[in-house]
Design a binder for this molecule. Structure first.
Ligand SMILES: [Zn+2]
Length: 428
């Protein structure tokens, strides 16, 4: 069978598969969210390990990875002046906690880092609210990541960030934050967009809003976890590997369905379909589940360390970590920029003409990045993220948000790129 014929068969089999989402539903509903260091992540990994072996993959590998262990504990943010009900909040991953009694202080909203600098003499002893509306994730997430350090430098006692998301139904968004060694650590949390707007209105009206923040968040010693991958061994070049994958960890809210159980299961289903009927690729095709993308990327780093140590040649690493909304493009970072035109010419009839998925220059992901840095080509599946950013890192990232038809198109795109990368001899 030709490569093109096999790709068309696999695309057809995925589009007509009614059970495509079964595993995604099982992972989400039976194992729940999967924060690094949690028991639920380890249970999910054990299930994956067992199920991959039942699937008949020739080798299933579990690579030990030590992961950080941040625990949220109980937490609350309450508006005490004027007296109100609690505000919808989530502590940010990595934050320290408060004392048991919590801290009570007035809130000073700022629009951005330069506004904070302008108000530096007003925020000492107070709580800074970074009330920065969502533009793009990249532009807005810096307030979640670096807000606590900036606020602490100005003498604030805590930092609150407006949730990093475009829309809200009282859905706060958690996510990683970072301290700096020489800056005092202050607790930090996200508040819903509604809460941020309320605090801003009260402040603007001269009411001097005061909040009580209570957080039990703390770090525990690192815990042993693992990356898992499963291989279909190549017939002609078994030592050249094509990888599809996503990150198996998530935040400790919702189900981590779109981020990134969906990406993991789309890659997994892609391999299940392409190996049907005993089809054997020319190069080895692997599905990988990396751990700890959310708060450390240690899975991706350890994976690259092993690749380097055993000199395992990677033909292409494809990451699926933008949710499983309607797929728009596969972005590829080639070894040599001159390779792209020829790749596009081969892939366009298979991806764009068949599935409406473009082939674009440049792509990857957090987990494949460290291996890409060794000089191997990487790619990322880019999807329509309109709905993704609304649920990302929230209690609402649950499997009911996933559209089965979009999920199947993601699976089909991933299967197409894997078959192409394993069969074509074109340079990537
Ligand atoms: Zn993710």
């Amino acid at each position: 069978m030709t490569m093109t014929q096999h790709i068309l068969d696999v695309q057809a089999s995925i589009q007509s598969d009614k059970r495509a989402m079964d595993r995604l539903v099982t992972l989400c509903d039976r194992y729940g969210h999967r924060l690094s260091g949690s028991d639920s992540l380890e249970r999910a990994l054990d299930w994956l390990d067992k199920t991959l072996r039942q699937d008949g993959f020739e080798s299933v590998t579990r690579q030990p990875v030590m992961v950080p262990r941040w625990e949220r504990g109980k937490e609350s943010l309450e508006l005490v002046t004027p007296p109100q009900t609690p505000l919808a909040m989530l502590g940010l991953g990595g934050s320290i906690g408060t004392s048991n009694r919590g801290l009570v202080a007035p809130v000073v909203p700022v629009m951005d880092f330069s506004d904070l600098a302008a108000k530096a003499d007003m925020v000492r002893g107070k709580v800074v609210l970074f009330n920065v509306p969502f533009t793009t994730y990249g532009a807005t997430v810096q307030y979640r990541a670096k807000g606590a350090v900036a606020a602490a430098k100005a003498g604030a006692v805590a930092a609150i960030v407006r949730s990093v998301g475009p829309k809200s139904l009282q859905t706060p968004h958690t996510g990683a934050m970072f301290y700096e060694d020489d800056v005092v650590k202050i607790p930090t949390c996200a508040v819903s967009i509604e809460g941020a707007e309320l605090l801003q209105r009260l402040y603007d009206s001269g009411d001097k809003p005061m909040v009580r923040l209570k957080m039990q968040a703390h770090m525990r010693p690192d815990r042993r976890s693992s990356n898992i991958w499963a291989d279909i061994r190549g017939s002609k070049y078994p030592d050249e590997v094509v990888v599809l994958g996503g990150h198996i960890d998530s935040w400790d809210v919702g189900q981590g369905a779109n981020d990134d159980a969906g990406g993991c299961c789309a890659a997994w289903e892609a391999l299940m379909h392409l190996k049907r009927g005993g089809w054997r690729p020319r190069r080895t095709i692997r599905v990988a589940f990396w751990v700890n993308e959310e708060n450390g990327t240690r899975g991706g780093i350890e994976y690259a360390a092993r690749v380097k140590a055993v000199r395992e040649v990677h033909r292409l690493l494809v990451e699926s970590d933008s949710g499983v909304g309607n797929p728009l493009a596969v972005g590829i970072t080639t070894k040599n920029v001159n390779n792209f035109r020829a790749i596009e010419a081969e892939l366009k009839p298979l991806l764009q003409d068949r599935l409406g998925v473009e082939v674009t220059n440049g792509g990857g992901g957090a987990d494949v990045g460290p291996t890409g840095a060794l000089g191997y080509p990487t790619a990322g599946l880019n999807t329509d993220t309109t709905e993704y950013w609304n649920v990302h890192h929230t209690h609402a990232d649950t499997v009911d948000k996933i559209n089965p038809a979009d999920f199947r198109r993601c699976t089909s795109s991933l299967a197409t790129i894997a078959i192409w990368a394993s069969e074509s001899d074109i340079a990537i």
